[in-house]
Design a protein around this ligand. Structure first.
Ligand code: AHR
Length: 498
């Protein structure tokens, strides 16, 4: 059996756990909105057509914020199409996903759904086919109480109170050649700066996110951030990072260590931001909004033909996650938490049906994918402060990342509990984890759960929704506190004062 040690010391504080780490993303894409969050006529739907089963699972997932309406979709979106009487809303081609958008759901319905789910909405503006004027119009529509044409239009539509949306993304993935209205860093940086300046004239207190790179392997990674931040530094609060991972060429060990790329991505972006800030003589720090992250079998999607005939809400990007995906995913959560000093927000992309923790059948059941569980546990149990923890233990060789530690872990600490989130990346070996808790005083392992399965490719389905779910781990012992983590596992260990 492999052995590793983790020292937990509340003096080694990184930052408070940021609730916005547990954000998610709803895009007009595939069945995320239509037959995802919204399906009038579904047996659980409310009077507005929102699915009650999806709302319940969203609450259980513990999501805090939700980014909307895209994604690639936003770069061709006219927000005005989605407001006013439904029967007058236009049907449009959605170029990003080769679909037809009916506009049955728009900003007002989305904000109402967010409030029902207890989430903070986070809005993206279209800087692909549109610009400063339309972004400011949307802000006025959403956040001005009344007394202007656009705010009165909102009130007339039934939304008497302003939506008061605080966090705004200035476009989406503008570095990507696939993006409608793709731009160079300089073109985008200028547009983002002018949009931010105008939006701040409406409300100086907004939190604004400039688009960073769509992945650390983008050819412009690094130079993009430098140029964009040189243009926008004083006008924005955050720079975005997006990252998706998948198992490639049967390299399971490498895949389980994909958080290594995320670690490097965050550290590099933070260094670049600080360097730009230093050059500008600014005392301000830019933080990271990791507003798209997940496991996504993108290569499968890229090799699939586009849907024919511009369908409405076709099934797209409906990845079915297995145990190994959930463990790699847990590693990404560990990394986001470890960087809580600079990662101010994160959005799991996406929430329902589209590369999502929640799946639905049209007219039928909803269930939890394997990835639901690490997210729900981290959202529920990460609390208080994130502690700096450096595991001591074995490492292994990967094709993509060289030597990586077998154990990837983080701890959080509040007045009642210290919680360790730990991934055993070994494909074959259990790992005995010893916790050095001397700095915590008298504590005991009050609860421990493990997400694992004898078949690393086991999935949950509508017929077998609990096949992969956290189960109690009873292997723990005291003096010293220790526990056995099975190979390919996500683990949550809760220490309580004894
Ligand atoms: O989340 C799916 C897509 O991934 C988003 O629309 C886009 O921003 C990213 O490339």
């Amino acid at each position: 059996m492999l052995q590793a040690q983790l020292t937990i010391d509340p003096a080694h504080r990184v930052a408070p756990v940021r609730r916005r780490t547990f954000g998610t993303f709803v895009e007009h894409l595939g069945r995320c909105v239509y037959t995802g969050i919204y399906e009038p006529g579904h047996p659980t739907a409310d009077a507005e057509g929102f699915r009650g089963d999806v709302l319940a699972l969203t609450r259980e997932l513990g999501v805090t914020t939700v980014r909307y309406p895209g994604g690639n979709f936003v770069s061709g979106y006219r927000w005005e199409d989605g407001v006013g009487p439904r029967e007058r809303r236009p049907r449009r081609l959605d170029l990003a996903w080769h679909s037809t958008e009916t506009n049955e759901i728009g900003v007002d319905e989305f904000v109402r759904w967010s409030r029902l789910a207890g989430l903070e909405p986070m809005m993206a503006v279209n800087l692909g086919t549109r610009g400063v004027a339309e972004a400011v119009d949307l802000l006025e529509y959403c956040n001005i109480p009344s007394g202007t044409t656009l705010s009165d239009l909102r009130v007339a539509g039934g939304a008497k109170e302003p939506h008061d949306i605080r966090m705004w993304c200035l476009g989406n993935e503008m570095d990507g050649p696939w993006q409608i209205g793709h731009k160079t860093a300089h073109e985008y940086g200028r547009l983002a700066a002018e949009t931010a300046r105008a939006m701040r004239m409406v409300d100086p207190g907004l939190e604004l996110v400039a688009c960073g790179s769509s992945g650390s392997s983008m050819p412009t990674f690094g130079s993009w951030e430098t140029t964009v931040l040189e243009e926008t530094y004083d006008l924005v609060d955050h720079i975005s990072c997006h990252a998706y991972y998948e198992e490639k060429d049967g390299d399971l060990g490498g895949f389980l260590a994909c958080a290594t790329d995320m670690e490097h991505f965050i550290s590099t972006v933070v260094s670049i931001a600080d360097q730009v800030g230093a050059r500008l003589g600014s005392g301000k720090k830019i933080s990271v909004s990791f507003d798209e992250w997940n496991i996504w079998y993108l290569s499968r999607h890229q090799s699939a033909p586009p849907p024919p005939d511009w369908p409405v809400a076709p099934p797209l990007l409906e990845d079915h996650y297995h145990l190994a995906d959930a463990v790699a995913f847990g590693g990404l959560l560990v990394t986001l938490l470890r960087h809580s000093d600079r990662v101010a927000a994160a959005c799991l992309a996406q929430l329902v049906n589209v590369i999502a923790p929640i799946m639905t059948e049209p007219g039928g059941r909803a269930w939890r994918q394997t990835t639901f569980h690490p997210f729900a546990q981290a959202a529920r149990y990460a609390s208080g402060d994130v502690l700096l923890t450096e595991p001591v233990g074995p490492s292994y060789e990967t094709g993509e990342f060289g030597q990586v530690p077998v154990l990837h872990a983080v701890a959080t600490h509040d007045d009642r509990f210290t919680t360790v989130f730990a991934v055993n990346r070994s494909v074959t070996e259990p790992l005995e984890l010893e916790l050095d808790t001397r700095a915590l005083g008298a504590v005991r392992i009050a609860e421990a759960t493990t997400l694992t399965h004898e078949d690393v490719y086991a999935r949950n389905t509508a017929d077998d929704p609990e096949r992969v779910a956290p189960r109690p781990n009873t292997s723990h012992r005291s003096d010293p506190a220790r526990i056995v983590l099975p190979p390919v596992s996500w683990n949550v260990i809760r220490l309580a004062r004894s």
